[in-house]
Design a protein around this ligand. Sequence first.
Ligand code: AMP
Length: 523
Amino acid sequence: MADFVFGIDLGTTYSCIAYVDESGKPVVIQNSEGENTTPSVVGFTQEGAVVGEIAKQTAAMDPDNTVSFVKRLMGEQDFAIHFDGEDKSPEDVSALILKRIAEDASKMINAEVRDVVITCPAYFGDSHRIATKNAGIIAGLNVMAVINEPTAAALFYGVSKDQGKKTILVYDLGGGTFDVTIMDINDGRIEVICSEGNHELGGKDWDESLMHYIYSKFVEETGYSGDFDASMQHTLRLKAETAKQQLSRRESTVVMFDAAGLMARVEVTKSTFNELTSALLEQTIDETDKAIAIAKGKGYTVTDIILVGGSTRMSQVEETLIAKYRMTPQLVDPDEAVAKGAALHALYLAQKENELPPPPGETKRVRELPPGPRIEIDIVHATTKSYALEVLVNDEAMWNNLIIKNNPLINNEINAKEQYGTNTANAPSVVLKVYENDFMDEYFEIKPNQKILGDAVLNLSGDLPKGAPIEVTFSLNSEGLLTITGRDLTNGAFIESHMQIEGSLTPQQIKEKTEKIGLTKTQ
Ligand code: AMP
C-alpha cells in the first residue's frame, strides 16, 4: 500500500477530501454516508460531537448546541460555542470536522490519513491561516501546507486541461465566501496575479433572501404574527437551501412550510429568485471587475473563466458572466476542484520532500508514493494582504505598508526592508505594531479601534541615541505567514523577534487540545 497524501477543502458550508490514487488521478473520497462532501456542521451532545449531515438535520432541534459556518470565525475570535461548561474555539470545532472527514476517508480507502494540504480562501490573513493550520494539528494531522482555494482549483484545472499559455479567472462562490483570483498559466507554471473577494458573501446569503421571501408569503397566507424562533428559522433555512438548489435545475419550485400549527404553500419561480438576489450577484461582478482592472494594469487579459464553489451551479451566475464578459465559463467539478487541486499539491510537496537529502547524520523516511506522474507545476503565489507597521511621520502616528497586496512571491517569499530611527534614547526595546490590511497605499491614517495583527518586540542594546537607525524586515512565505526581523545598524546586530498574533493559540494550548480531541466521539 502506497503512502498517500491528501487535500482537504475545509469549506464554510461543506468540506471535501481527495487524494491522488494509484493511477495518478485526483479523486474525491466519499464519506461514510456515501457523499462526496460533508456539511461543515458540528452538533455537541453529552455523548460527544456529531459532525456532518446528521448535525445539519438535527440543528433545528438543538440550535444552541450546533455550530454552522465556523470558518467565518477562524482567526477572528477565540470562541465558537459554549458547551457543558467549556468554551470551544473555532479551531476546536474545525478540528472535529477535519477529524471526521479524515477518519471516514481512512476507512473508505483503508489507508492512514495523516499528511494533508488544507485549503483556505485567498483573502485569509495571517491569523486565519494559523488558525486553519492549528485546527489540522489538533485533529492529529500533519499539515504539509495551507494553500489558497483558487490556487488549488487552478492546479486541478491546469493539469486537467491542455497546457499552453492562458490567463484564467477563477470565480469561486461557495457557501459563505466569494473569491475571485486571476492567474497566468504558462508551461507548468501558475502565477497568481491578483485576488479580490468578499468573505461575507456566499450561498448562505442567497438562502437568506429566499428565507425572507418564504417568510413573508407564509405570513401573508396564514396571518401568523408571532416570532420565528431559532428552530423555526433553521427549518426555514434548510427549506430555502433545498428550493434554491432545485431552481438550478428547474424554472419553479414549491415550498411547503408549516410552523406554529399553520401551513403555507409558497411557489418560487426562477425569475423571482433571480430578482430577489440580483444585488448579491452584482456584488460578485463588482469584485470581478476590480480584479480584471488590476490584472489589466499589469498587462494581463483574461482568456478563460472557471467556476468553482457549489453556488456557481445557480444558473444566474453563468448567464450573467456570459452576458457581461462574452466568455463561456467552464464548470470543472465545482464542489470538488479545490480538494482535488489540494491533493495534487500535497503529492507535489511529498515528491519534493522525497528528493531532499536527509539532514546530516540523520536518516530520512522516504514515502512510498503512488506510482502516478511527477507533478511539475510550479506556483508563484502573490500576497493577498498588505502588512503595515506603525511609524511616526512628522510626529504623527501613521501606518506604513511594507508589503502591498497582489505582488508576486518570487522563490516563495517576499522580503520588504525599511529603515527607521528610534523615537527615544536608550530604549531597551521597541514594540512594533503590525496591521494587516487591504490598502494599496504606502502610508495611511490610523483609525480608532483597528484590530492589529500583533506586536513584535525588537530588543535593543539599551544605549542607542534617539534617531539611531533600525532596519525592519517583513518576510512573508508562500503560506501567507509573516515573520519580522530587525537590524541595529549602529552595532550591525541582527535582532530576531517573535510576533504574538492576537487571539492565536499558544503551543501549550494546541498540545492540550490535541490530546483532548482523541476523547471526543465524532460519529
Ligand atoms: P461550497 O462551499 O463550495 O461547498 O458551496 C456550498 C454552497 O453551494 C451552498 O450554499 C450550497 O447550497 C450551494 N449549492 C450546492 N449545490 C447547489 C446547486 N445545485 N444549486 C445552487 N446552489 C448549490
